[in-house]
Write a protein that binds this ligand. Structure first.
Ligand code: XIL
Length: 326
């Protein structure tokens, strides 16, 4: 099975995955790279393009890792959702260790966006311009950006990304907002729509919303809820992508027969919601495709088993469920 070919038959641009290269064991793991090349038509850099790697010191840029990532993706024939420009995490010390004025930090943000976006240019299918800006109640969460600049930082980030791309004639690179907890109808999903309409009032471009979709086995939002949320974004004129899909077990065991069946059903529901939403749900990206390299155990202690392949790269029932949903 090639998941990506199945996706394209469904008018999806791709089925993709986060990939954490270079500088990790994945980078030279040929069995891993074979599965990657065979199944996925999109790659999102799990880390390589984040702020602390691309601008480790103020106005000192290092695009080596991002360029390496893009070279591999292009060799594999994969699209790349570039990730991300403005986020609270994985920032450089120079950003977090100073008391900035709003003006000075705005200039830092503008410089980072311009240099990064213009360096990678049209090699990116899209950019996650702002990542995870909101609390679950829909208010802006505390970050150096918000605490210093106020909510203006959000609108300016999109304006700068748009301007940077226009300057190099790359207006077709899409601008996305990416977050979790917005896969269900509710306050947080409504808040995203508010931000989109504020951007539009300012004549600033935003093309799509990334629904991360980090779910828990047995607690995955229903097909009806996932579908109706996607439809709401699409009706607002946006593209939608599932950008970080994984469905973890909140406790061991991770490989019981019953657990595997429930996980497969939850993957089916999630992918089916994108298929049923039509061509403007442009694709599904899983956040790591095998349990050996999944970010989950390192972040959610005691949890795991979240991906499509086990830690010896055997396809799990979840993998076949995704194929069936496509
Ligand atoms: C994660 C990476 O997978 C890890 O390797 C890293 O240590 C932390 O970040 N939401 C996001 C991603 O938008 O950037 C995060 O990626 C996972 C949560």
């Amino acid at each position: 099975i090639d998941l990506n070919i199945l996706a394209q038959h469904r008018d999806k641009l791709w089925v993709g995955t986060a990939v954490d290269i270079p500088g990790t064991s994945e980078t030279t793991d040929s069995a891993y790279l074979d599965v990657l090349r065979k199944n996925f038509g999109e790659m999102t850099p799990a880390n390589a393009m984040k702020f602390m790697y691309t601008e480790p010191e103020q106005n000192v840029f290092n695009f080596t890792e991002g360029d390496y990532f893009l070279d591999v993706a292009e060799r594999f024939g994969s699209q790349v959702r570039c990730h991300n420009l403005v986020w609270v995490s994985e920032l450089s010390d120079f950003v977090t260790s100073q008391n900035w004025t709003a003006e000075a930090l705005t200039a830092v943000m503008r410089n980072h966006i311009f240099k990064t976006v213009q360096h990678f240019g049209r090699r990116c299918y899209s950019w996650d311009v702002v990542n995870e800006a909101l609390n679950s109640d829909g208010t802006f969460s505390s970050s150096v950006w918000y605490d210093t600049i106020g909510e203006e930082y959000f609108y300016l980030a999109y304006q700068y990304a748009q301007e940077a791309l226009a300057e190099i004639g790359a207006n077709d690179v899409k601008l996305f907002y990416n977050d979790y907890g917005i896969e269900n109808p509710g306050t947080k999903a409504d808040a995203v729509l508010q931000l989109v309409s504020e951007l539009r009032k300012r004549h600033t471009r935003i093309d799509g919303v990334g629904l991360e979709s980090h779910f828990i086995v047995g607690e995955t939002p229903s097909l009806a809820d996932q579908l109706s949320t996607k439809q709401t974004y699409i009706q607002a004129g946006l593209d939608v992508a599932m950008t970080e899909l994984d469905i973890r077990f909140s406790e061991a065991p991770f490989y019981s027969a019953a657990g595997q069946q429930q996980q497969a059903a939850d993957y089916y529901t999630s992918v089916a919601s994108c298929v049923q939403a039509g061509p403007r749900c442009i694709g599904v990206v899983v956040w790591d495709f095998d349990d050996a390299y999944s970010w989950v155990p390192g972040t959610f202690v005691g949890q795991g088993g979240a991906t499509l392949f086990n830690s010896t790269l055997q396809a799990k029932p979840a993998y076949y469920a995704v194929a069936e949903a496509l």
